[in-house]
Design a protein around this ligand. Sequence first.
Ligand code: UD1
Length: 421
Amino acid sequence: MDKFVINGGNRLKGTLSVSGAKNASLPLMAAALLAPGKHEISNVPELRDVRTMAHLLRITGAKVELLDHTLFMDTEPCTFWEAPYELVKTMRASIYVLGPLLARFGKARVSLPGGCAWGPRPVDLHLMGMEKLGANLELSGGYINAEAKQLHGARINFKIQSVGATGNIMMAAVLAKGTTLLQNAAAEPEMAALADYLNAMGAKIHGAGTDRIEIEGVSELKPANFRNIPDRIEAGTLLVAAAITGSELTLNNLRVDHIEAVIDTLEQAGYTLKAAENSVTLSSTGRPLPVDIRTAPFPGFPTDMQAQWIALMSLADGSCTITDTIYHDRFTHVAELKRLGADIQVEGNTAFVRGANKLQGAPVMSTDLRASACLILAGLAAEGRTDLSRVYHIDRGYERIEQRLRSIGAEIWREDEPMQT
Ligand code: UD1
């Protein structure tokens, strides 16, 4: 197992290019199953989750290659409609193949994902939507067995906005007979990107990127090429890396309209942000001011930036509260931040943060993807050495993060960590 060693305290300076979005790549890859033939998706990050989805597509019979951030997929040879437990347990987003497999083959067998470090994370909305579209579902042996000779359009009103359920149902509904209306749908940019790709294949989707999406079913889709959107969470994380180290950093290849909530919150914390068309520059003048946040669906402050914001606020000049309204248990990073000297109490879904003058390096452990990002940020700002173990979590979502941070002046490197017995 690898670990990161960070010598904190360095100022960062320079320019980085934002990677393609992980959370868009995964549904885009699943969507390729809907149109048998050759697809190319560019600007895809080379990450473990992308490789897991590629593996899953290969199990269905697809040919998939990722070369220099472009995915070459041939979904013509697909004949198998199962997503096995061994893969789904390593990546919940595997459930994205449920809708496409069902729409293409009239059946799908997909393992139930189970819980995760942030709580139970149910998939009831995915199942409810498939049933409304006319699928017969049976849960047995830890698997969802779905069947439908012909899916039909339906009105679906989500009780909670769910990115995954919106994407899954959108992919099932594109080949359904009739029109589907999704209300209280997820408006995240990843869903707008998915709809753009499906429309490039010949689907008729209107309103994606808002909470009301209309899908007119079509009888078939044709393969298409597509350029993936930039990763708004990677962009936000890198901006916080610059902020927490009192640095200046320019990011290129991003969509400023996708990260407005993070930009606004950084400005409230006292940073100067200059945005141009596809780039933004952050400069710092001193310690951050405390800023309360409540995570919310897009365009609100993303839950995937909550842990990184807590890292920054642990050095704020004052106290603030950080509430996660999406995942109430998503605070495993707090205990590790406290090991670095942060002063944080969690009650329910709110973290009360009292900014400290400084953090002190220590050995810490990452528990999930964004928690790892949070601990890297804290380590960059802390005095002395931080050893962050279990960095396999970060490799799921940030491509070569240590090399890229080093290129702008951070002292961070990867070491092999002997297994503990
Ligand atoms: C996606 C992102 C994840 C992000 C999350 C919220 C990917 C691969 N992952 O996850 O990084 O943190 O959106 O922005 O894109 N819910 C239900 N029933 C369901 C589905 C969801 O109750 O059937 C609840 C969840 O428990 C959560 C809320 O809805 O409280 C939002 O979850 P959802 O948007 O579905 O998250 P994911 O798509 O799994």
